[in-house]
Ligand binder design. Structure first.
Ligand code: KIV
Ligand code: NA
Length: 269
């Protein structure tokens, strides 16, 4: 199985609605990437790793070095999915040149196929600058977590007429600029549907609509690693209790000296 390419992903929407929705999950480590790879079309090395892996309060503290280290691990652990790496806060907003410097490091040092950045019309010039220079860009509109301080929280976007219009025009702007796909996060469903119908590039939903051209979730969220998750997350597993049960049994066996047994120890020949 050859790794999916940007044109192949874009092509899945050729001529209207994607008949075969795009499957995307986040991955931060090589082993996680190995386990998810053949089930997905795209793996996203999301800056959500700030909270998920590093215990940071938001994505604002994530650095380019973190993204590169985890991006390289995910590329090493996968051979099928197209890997997209998030551009962290502060690494791209100031200018197209700054964005190119960050994105080219990500591409060269990880081997990923593209980068993702947050923003619509305001980032159009930057998206055009990168895509015209060989760096595929996935945009991200609606709830953009790097703007949490400006947005005032992580609530759904697009409840007002004005916001509705802005999200659709953001989508159009990033498409015009050359983005190969766009994530629509935390938007009311009619906007997700309108965006999907009005754009020629794939719209990947999260907290959006089943009508989108694809879906993405944070893997640890859908695996049930956290007690508190946004309402748009469906938990497909309850790994938190699986892991804590395993640790509880291990601890009991260490304390009672029932682990290790003969099977796990080396005896002289
Ligand atoms: O960082 C991330 O995981 C993301 C997805 C939720 C889209 O940007
Ligand atoms: Na992100």
């Amino acid at each position: 199985m050859r790794r999916l390419t940007v044109p192949a992903i874009k092509g899945r929407k050729a001529g209207g609605q994607t008949r075969d929705p795009l499957v995307m999950l986040t991955a931060y480590t090589a082993r996680q990437a190995q386990l998810l790879d053949t089930h997905c079309d795209m793996l996203l090395v999301g800056d959500s790793l700030g909270q998920v892996i590093y215990g940071l309060p938001s994505t604002l503290q994530v650095t380019l070095e973190m993204m590169i280290a985890h991006g390289a691990a995910v590329v090493r652990g996968s051979y099928h999915s197209l890997v997209v790496v998030d551009m962290p806060f502060g690494a791209y907003e100031a200018s197209p040149q700054k964005a190119f410097d960050s994105a080219s490091r990500i591409m060269a040092e990880t081997g990923a196929a593209g980068v993702k950045l947050e923003g619509g019309a305001a980032m159009a010039e930057t998206i055009a600058f990168l895509s015209q220079r060989g760096i595929p860009v996935m945009a991200h509109v609606g709830l953009t977590p790097q703007a949490v301080n400006a947005l005032g929280g992580y609530g759904a976007r697009g409840r007002s007429q004005e916001e509705h219009a802005r999200i659709v025009s953001d989508g159009k702007a990033v498409q015009e600029a050359g983005a190969f796909a766009v994530v629509a996060e935390g938007v009311v469903e009619p906007i997700a549907v309108a965006l999907t119908q009005s754009l020629e590039i794939p719209v990947i939903g999260i907290g959006a609509s089943a009508e989108c051209d694809g879906q993405v979730l944070v893997t640890e969220d859908m695996l049930g690693m956290f007690e508190r998750v946004p309402r748009f997350v469906k938990r497909y597993e309850d790994l938190a209790s699986v892991i804590s049960k395993a640790a509880e049994t291990y601890a009991a066996e260490v304390r009672s000296r029932t682990f290790p047994t003969r099977d796990q120890t080396y005896q002289p020949r």
